[in-house]
Design a protein around this ligand. Structure first.
Ligand code: COA
Length: 333
Protein backbone atom coordinates (compact mmCIF):
# COMPACT_ATOMS: atom_id res chain seq x y z
CA UNK A 1 0.00 0.00 0.00
CA UNK A 2 1.25 3.51 -0.80
CA UNK A 3 2.17 5.66 2.16
CA UNK A 4 1.46 9.37 1.90
CA UNK A 5 3.02 12.20 3.90
CA UNK A 6 0.76 14.53 5.87
CA UNK A 7 0.80 18.32 5.74
CA UNK A 8 -0.97 21.00 7.76
CA UNK A 9 -2.65 22.93 4.96
CA UNK A 10 -4.28 25.70 6.96
CA UNK A 11 -5.34 26.73 10.47
CA UNK A 12 -7.91 29.05 12.02
CA UNK A 13 -9.34 30.11 15.35
CA UNK A 14 -12.26 31.93 16.93
CA UNK A 15 -12.16 33.72 20.29
CA UNK A 16 -15.50 34.84 21.74
CA UNK A 17 -15.88 38.62 21.95
CA UNK A 18 -16.54 38.87 25.69
CA UNK A 19 -13.40 39.17 27.83
CA UNK A 20 -13.65 38.28 31.53
CA UNK A 21 -10.63 39.43 33.55
CA UNK A 22 -9.44 38.15 36.91
CA UNK A 23 -10.66 41.43 38.38
CA UNK A 24 -14.14 40.68 36.99
CA UNK A 25 -14.00 37.30 38.78
CA UNK A 26 -13.27 39.08 42.08
CA UNK A 27 -16.92 40.22 41.91
CA UNK A 28 -18.18 36.62 41.55
CA UNK A 29 -16.06 34.46 43.90
CA UNK A 30 -13.62 35.11 46.73
CA UNK A 31 -10.40 35.42 44.75
CA UNK A 32 -8.00 38.05 43.47
CA UNK A 33 -6.03 38.87 40.36
CA UNK A 34 -2.67 38.28 42.07
CA UNK A 35 -3.57 34.76 43.30
CA UNK A 36 -4.93 33.69 39.92
CA UNK A 37 -2.01 35.10 37.94
CA UNK A 38 0.69 33.78 40.26
CA UNK A 39 -0.82 30.27 40.58
CA UNK A 40 -2.03 29.81 37.00
CA UNK A 41 -0.57 32.47 34.67
CA UNK A 42 -4.09 33.49 33.60
CA UNK A 43 -5.02 37.19 33.27
CA UNK A 44 -8.26 36.87 31.34
CA UNK A 45 -10.44 34.42 29.42
CA UNK A 46 -13.10 34.64 26.69
CA UNK A 47 -16.70 33.68 27.36
CA UNK A 48 -19.26 32.79 24.67
CA UNK A 49 -22.46 34.71 24.26
CA UNK A 50 -25.46 32.68 25.43
CA UNK A 51 -27.66 34.58 22.97
CA UNK A 52 -26.37 32.57 19.98
CA UNK A 53 -23.74 33.03 17.30
CA UNK A 54 -20.87 31.77 19.46
CA UNK A 55 -21.85 28.18 20.27
CA UNK A 56 -19.15 25.56 19.62
CA UNK A 57 -20.18 24.84 16.03
CA UNK A 58 -20.56 28.59 15.32
CA UNK A 59 -17.00 29.20 16.53
CA UNK A 60 -15.83 26.22 14.48
CA UNK A 61 -17.60 27.59 11.40
CA UNK A 62 -15.75 30.94 11.60
CA UNK A 63 -12.39 29.29 12.39
CA UNK A 64 -12.84 26.84 9.49
CA UNK A 65 -13.52 29.62 6.97
CA UNK A 66 -10.08 31.05 7.82
CA UNK A 67 -8.46 27.62 7.62
CA UNK A 68 -10.09 26.95 4.23
CA UNK A 69 -8.78 30.28 2.94
CA UNK A 70 -5.27 29.51 4.21
CA UNK A 71 -5.33 26.05 2.65
CA UNK A 72 -6.86 27.10 -0.68
CA UNK A 73 -9.50 24.38 -0.38
CA UNK A 74 -13.25 24.43 -0.89
CA UNK A 75 -15.61 23.03 1.77
CA UNK A 76 -16.36 19.99 -0.43
CA UNK A 77 -12.65 19.08 -0.50
CA UNK A 78 -13.00 18.00 3.16
CA UNK A 79 -13.33 14.20 3.43
CA UNK A 80 -13.56 13.93 7.22
CA UNK A 81 -14.59 16.18 10.11
CA UNK A 82 -13.29 15.31 13.57
CA UNK A 83 -14.82 17.57 16.20
CA UNK A 84 -13.17 17.39 19.62
CA UNK A 85 -15.28 18.85 22.40
CA UNK A 86 -16.67 18.05 25.84
CA UNK A 87 -19.26 20.79 25.38
CA UNK A 88 -21.13 19.92 22.16
CA UNK A 89 -23.96 22.19 20.96
CA UNK A 90 -26.47 19.37 21.61
CA UNK A 91 -26.30 15.67 22.57
CA UNK A 92 -27.59 14.53 19.19
CA UNK A 93 -26.72 14.93 16.36
CA UNK A 94 -22.98 15.26 16.77
CA UNK A 95 -21.26 18.62 16.35
CA UNK A 96 -19.32 17.50 13.28
CA UNK A 97 -22.55 16.93 11.34
CA UNK A 98 -23.97 20.30 12.45
CA UNK A 99 -20.78 21.94 11.22
CA UNK A 100 -20.94 20.00 7.94
CA UNK A 101 -24.30 21.64 7.20
CA UNK A 102 -23.11 25.13 8.29
CA UNK A 103 -20.14 24.82 5.92
CA UNK A 104 -22.39 23.75 3.05
CA UNK A 105 -20.51 20.46 2.59
CA UNK A 106 -22.61 18.19 0.37
CA UNK A 107 -20.14 15.31 -0.23
CA UNK A 108 -21.47 13.18 2.67
CA UNK A 109 -18.04 13.22 4.36
CA UNK A 110 -17.62 11.24 7.57
CA UNK A 111 -18.38 13.23 10.73
CA UNK A 112 -17.25 12.20 14.19
CA UNK A 113 -17.08 13.86 17.61
CA UNK A 114 -14.18 13.05 19.88
CA UNK A 115 -14.65 13.06 23.66
CA UNK A 116 -11.07 13.04 24.92
CA UNK A 117 -11.24 16.30 26.88
CA UNK A 118 -8.13 18.49 26.62
CA UNK A 119 -6.32 15.89 24.48
CA UNK A 120 -9.19 15.80 21.96
CA UNK A 121 -7.55 17.87 19.22
CA UNK A 122 -4.31 15.86 19.34
CA UNK A 123 -6.34 12.62 19.30
CA UNK A 124 -8.19 13.89 16.21
CA UNK A 125 -5.02 15.09 14.53
CA UNK A 126 -3.37 11.69 14.96
CA UNK A 127 -6.43 9.73 13.83
CA UNK A 128 -6.89 11.90 10.74
CA UNK A 129 -3.21 11.79 9.83
CA UNK A 130 -3.22 7.97 10.05
CA UNK A 131 -6.13 7.90 7.58
CA UNK A 132 -4.36 10.35 5.26
CA UNK A 133 -1.12 8.33 5.41
CA UNK A 134 -2.87 5.18 4.21
CA UNK A 135 -4.67 7.03 1.41
CA UNK A 136 -8.11 6.37 2.91
CA UNK A 137 -8.90 10.09 2.86
CA UNK A 138 -7.22 13.14 1.35
CA UNK A 139 -8.17 16.11 3.53
CA UNK A 140 -9.45 16.30 7.12
CA UNK A 141 -10.81 19.11 9.22
CA UNK A 142 -9.79 18.69 12.87
CA UNK A 143 -11.42 20.93 15.46
CA UNK A 144 -11.16 21.71 19.15
CA UNK A 145 -14.10 23.88 20.19
CA UNK A 146 -15.37 24.42 23.72
CA UNK A 147 -17.93 26.41 25.65
CA UNK A 148 -16.73 25.41 29.10
CA UNK A 149 -18.42 28.45 30.66
CA UNK A 150 -21.65 26.38 30.52
CA UNK A 151 -20.15 23.50 32.52
CA UNK A 152 -18.12 25.21 35.25
CA UNK A 153 -19.56 26.07 38.61
CA UNK A 154 -19.28 29.86 38.80
CA UNK A 155 -19.52 29.57 42.59
CA UNK A 156 -16.45 27.30 42.85
CA UNK A 157 -13.24 29.33 42.92
CA UNK A 158 -11.13 26.18 42.55
CA UNK A 159 -12.33 25.64 38.99
CA UNK A 160 -14.14 28.68 37.55
CA UNK A 161 -10.98 30.81 37.43
CA UNK A 162 -9.19 28.26 35.22
CA UNK A 163 -11.38 27.82 32.17
CA UNK A 164 -12.42 29.76 29.08
CA UNK A 165 -14.20 29.33 25.76
CA UNK A 166 -12.75 29.24 22.25
CA UNK A 167 -12.03 27.25 19.13
CA UNK A 168 -9.04 26.29 17.02
CA UNK A 169 -8.96 24.20 13.84
CA UNK A 170 -6.48 22.68 11.42
CA UNK A 171 -7.05 21.32 7.94
CA UNK A 172 -4.57 18.58 7.23
CA UNK A 173 -4.11 16.70 4.00
CA UNK A 174 -1.89 14.70 1.69
CA UNK A 175 1.43 16.51 1.22
CA UNK A 176 2.21 17.34 -2.41
CA UNK A 177 5.23 15.75 -4.19
CA UNK A 178 8.45 17.39 -3.04
CA UNK A 179 6.97 18.87 0.15
CA UNK A 180 9.07 18.41 3.29
CA UNK A 181 5.99 18.52 5.54
CA UNK A 182 5.28 15.35 7.48
CA UNK A 183 4.08 13.76 10.70
CA UNK A 184 7.14 12.07 12.20
CA UNK A 185 5.60 10.23 15.12
CA UNK A 186 2.72 10.29 17.53
CA UNK A 187 1.50 8.76 20.73
CA UNK A 188 -2.03 8.51 22.12
CA UNK A 189 -2.54 7.22 25.62
CA UNK A 190 -5.01 7.07 28.50
CA UNK A 191 -5.05 5.97 32.12
CA UNK A 192 -8.68 5.50 33.09
CA UNK A 193 -7.80 4.87 36.73
CA UNK A 194 -7.35 8.65 37.15
CA UNK A 195 -10.84 9.44 35.85
CA UNK A 196 -12.05 10.72 39.19
CA UNK A 197 -9.40 13.49 39.26
CA UNK A 198 -11.47 15.49 36.79
CA UNK A 199 -15.04 14.45 36.13
CA UNK A 200 -18.67 15.40 35.71
CA UNK A 201 -20.61 12.34 36.90
CA UNK A 202 -24.05 13.95 36.91
CA UNK A 203 -25.97 14.41 33.66
CA UNK A 204 -25.23 11.10 31.95
CA UNK A 205 -27.21 7.87 31.66
CA UNK A 206 -26.28 6.74 35.18
CA UNK A 207 -27.36 9.90 36.99
CA UNK A 208 -29.68 12.21 35.08
CA UNK A 209 -29.78 15.80 36.37
CA UNK A 210 -32.51 16.45 38.93
CA UNK A 211 -33.77 19.62 40.57
CA UNK A 212 -31.61 18.76 43.61
CA UNK A 213 -28.45 18.71 41.48
CA UNK A 214 -29.41 22.04 39.96
CA UNK A 215 -30.01 23.56 43.40
CA UNK A 216 -26.78 22.18 44.86
CA UNK A 217 -24.65 22.79 41.78
CA UNK A 218 -23.41 19.18 41.77
CA UNK A 219 -23.97 18.77 38.02
CA UNK A 220 -20.88 20.82 37.09
CA UNK A 221 -17.32 19.71 36.31
CA UNK A 222 -15.23 18.97 39.39
CA UNK A 223 -11.48 18.68 39.64
CA UNK A 224 -8.77 17.61 42.04
CA UNK A 225 -6.24 20.22 40.94
CA UNK A 226 -3.16 18.98 42.76
CA UNK A 227 -3.53 15.38 41.51
CA UNK A 228 -4.08 16.59 37.94
CA UNK A 229 -1.02 18.81 38.16
CA UNK A 230 1.33 15.96 39.12
CA UNK A 231 0.15 13.46 36.51
CA UNK A 232 -0.04 16.17 33.82
CA UNK A 233 3.59 17.24 34.09
CA UNK A 234 4.90 13.67 34.23
CA UNK A 235 2.79 12.47 31.28
CA UNK A 236 3.43 15.52 29.08
CA UNK A 237 7.20 15.10 29.55
CA UNK A 238 7.12 11.31 28.98
CA UNK A 239 5.10 11.62 25.76
CA UNK A 240 7.34 14.42 24.46
CA UNK A 241 10.43 12.26 24.96
CA UNK A 242 8.66 9.30 23.34
CA UNK A 243 7.71 11.04 20.08
CA UNK A 244 11.10 12.73 19.72
CA UNK A 245 13.02 9.48 20.16
CA UNK A 246 10.58 7.52 17.96
CA UNK A 247 11.22 10.06 15.21
CA UNK A 248 14.95 9.49 15.55
CA UNK A 249 15.38 13.19 16.39
CA UNK A 250 16.95 15.04 19.29
CA UNK A 251 15.57 17.74 21.54
CA UNK A 252 17.65 20.40 19.78
CA UNK A 253 15.89 19.57 16.48
CA UNK A 254 12.53 20.67 17.86
CA UNK A 255 11.78 24.33 17.05
CA UNK A 256 8.52 24.72 18.99
CA UNK A 257 6.41 22.94 21.56
CA UNK A 258 2.69 23.67 21.54
CA UNK A 259 1.59 22.39 24.95
CA UNK A 260 -1.90 22.16 26.40
CA UNK A 261 -2.56 25.38 28.31
CA UNK A 262 -3.87 24.37 31.74
CA UNK A 263 -1.53 26.27 34.05
CA UNK A 264 1.69 28.19 33.33
CA UNK A 265 3.36 26.24 36.15
CA UNK A 266 2.47 22.96 34.39
CA UNK A 267 4.03 24.32 31.19
CA UNK A 268 7.15 25.49 33.02
CA UNK A 269 7.57 22.22 34.92
CA UNK A 270 7.02 20.21 31.72
CA UNK A 271 9.61 22.31 29.87
CA UNK A 272 12.09 21.61 32.65
CA UNK A 273 11.34 17.86 32.62
CA UNK A 274 11.69 17.73 28.83
CA UNK A 275 14.82 19.89 28.96
CA UNK A 276 13.33 22.54 26.67
CA UNK A 277 13.86 26.34 26.88
CA UNK A 278 10.71 28.23 27.87
CA UNK A 279 11.26 30.46 24.79
CA UNK A 280 10.38 27.45 22.64
CA UNK A 281 7.11 26.78 24.47
CA UNK A 282 4.14 28.53 22.84
CA UNK A 283 2.17 30.16 25.65
CA UNK A 284 -1.10 32.09 25.49
CA UNK A 285 -2.78 30.94 28.71
CA UNK A 286 -2.63 34.53 30.02
CA UNK A 287 -5.28 35.57 27.44
CA UNK A 288 -7.52 32.50 27.15
CA UNK A 289 -7.15 30.28 30.23
CA UNK A 290 -7.78 26.57 29.72
CA UNK A 291 -10.07 26.07 26.70
CA UNK A 292 -9.68 22.25 26.84
CA UNK A 293 -9.52 20.72 23.33
CA UNK A 294 -9.11 24.21 21.83
CA UNK A 295 -5.85 25.22 23.56
CA UNK A 296 -3.41 23.43 21.24
CA UNK A 297 -4.98 24.49 17.90
CA UNK A 298 -5.46 28.09 19.10
CA UNK A 299 -1.84 28.37 20.26
CA UNK A 300 -0.65 26.67 17.05
CA UNK A 301 -2.68 29.02 14.86
CA UNK A 302 -1.54 32.16 16.72
CA UNK A 303 2.13 31.18 16.43
CA UNK A 304 1.73 30.60 12.68
CA UNK A 305 -0.21 33.85 12.23
CA UNK A 306 2.41 35.97 14.04
CA UNK A 307 5.29 34.35 12.14
CA UNK A 308 6.93 32.38 14.95
CA UNK A 309 6.13 28.97 13.41
CA UNK A 310 7.38 28.85 9.81
CA UNK A 311 7.23 26.21 7.08
CA UNK A 312 9.91 23.60 7.71
CA UNK A 313 9.84 24.08 11.51
CA UNK A 314 9.60 20.98 13.67
CA UNK A 315 6.66 21.35 16.03
CA UNK A 316 5.59 19.18 18.96
CA UNK A 317 1.95 19.08 20.11
CA UNK A 318 1.69 17.87 23.70
CA UNK A 319 -1.69 17.51 25.41
CA UNK A 320 -3.17 16.04 28.56
CA UNK A 321 -6.67 16.01 29.98
CA UNK A 322 -9.54 14.42 31.85
CA UNK A 323 -9.85 10.68 31.45
CA UNK A 324 -6.90 10.79 31.96
CA UNK A 325 -6.11 11.10 28.27
CA UNK A 326 -2.89 12.28 26.67
CA UNK A 327 -1.50 12.72 23.19
CA UNK A 328 1.63 14.01 21.51
CA UNK A 329 2.60 14.47 17.88
CA UNK A 330 5.80 15.60 16.23
CA UNK A 331 5.40 17.25 12.82
CA UNK A 332 7.37 19.16 10.26
CA UNK A 333 5.07 22.09 9.50
C1 COA B 1 -6.06 24.39 40.54
C2 COA B 1 -4.68 24.92 40.85
C3 COA B 1 -4.46 26.24 40.14
C4 COA B 1 -4.59 25.17 42.33
O1 COA B 1 -3.28 25.63 42.66
P1 COA B 1 -2.55 25.15 43.99
O2 COA B 1 -1.27 25.87 44.05
O3 COA B 1 -2.55 23.65 43.94
O4 COA B 1 -3.50 25.72 45.07
P2 COA B 1 -4.23 24.93 46.25
O5 COA B 1 -5.36 24.13 45.70
O6 COA B 1 -3.20 24.22 47.06
O7 COA B 1 -4.78 26.12 47.09
C5 COA B 1 -3.94 26.95 47.85
C6 COA B 1 -4.80 27.88 48.67
O8 COA B 1 -5.42 28.82 47.80
C7 COA B 1 -6.84 28.79 47.98
N1 COA B 1 -7.49 29.01 46.69
C8 COA B 1 -7.94 28.08 45.80
N2 COA B 1 -8.47 28.68 44.74
C9 COA B 1 -8.36 30.01 44.96
C10 COA B 1 -8.74 31.15 44.23
N3 COA B 1 -9.34 31.05 43.03
N4 COA B 1 -8.46 32.36 44.73
C11 COA B 1 -7.86 32.49 45.92
N5 COA B 1 -7.49 31.45 46.69
C12 COA B 1 -7.74 30.22 46.20
C13 COA B 1 -7.12 27.40 48.50
O9 COA B 1 -8.34 27.40 49.22
C14 COA B 1 -5.92 27.17 49.40
O10 COA B 1 -6.11 27.84 50.63
P3 COA B 1 -5.71 27.11 52.00
O11 COA B 1 -4.22 26.91 51.88
O12 COA B 1 -6.13 28.10 53.03
O13 COA B 1 -6.47 25.84 52.01
C15 COA B 1 -3.58 23.93 40.43
O14 COA B 1 -3.61 22.82 41.28
C16 COA B 1 -3.74 23.45 39.03
O15 COA B 1 -3.60 24.20 38.07
N6 COA B 1 -3.98 22.14 38.84
C17 COA B 1 -4.04 21.52 37.55
C18 COA B 1 -5.14 22.01 36.73
C19 COA B 1 -5.34 21.09 35.59
O16 COA B 1 -4.55 20.27 35.33
N7 COA B 1 -6.43 21.26 34.92
C20 COA B 1 -6.88 20.44 33.88
C21 COA B 1 -5.86 19.78 33.10
S1 COA B 1 -6.56 19.24 31.65
Amino acid sequence: MKNYEVKVLGTGMYAPKKIVTNVDLEQIVETNDQWIFERTGIRERRICSTEGGEFPTDMAYHATLDALKASGLNPNDIDLILFASVTPDVKLPNSATILQVKLGITNNCACLDIAAACSGFVYGFNMASAMIKTGMIKNALVIGSEMLSREVNWKDRNTCILFGDGCGVAIIGRAEEGSSSKVYSSVLSADGTGGEFFDQPVGGAVTPITATHLNEGTHYMQMKGKEMFKVATRTLAENAHKVISEAGLELKDVNWVVPHQANIRIIETTAKLIGMDMEKMIVNIDRYGNTSAATVPIAFHEAIADGRIKRGDIVLFDAFGAGLTAGATLIKY
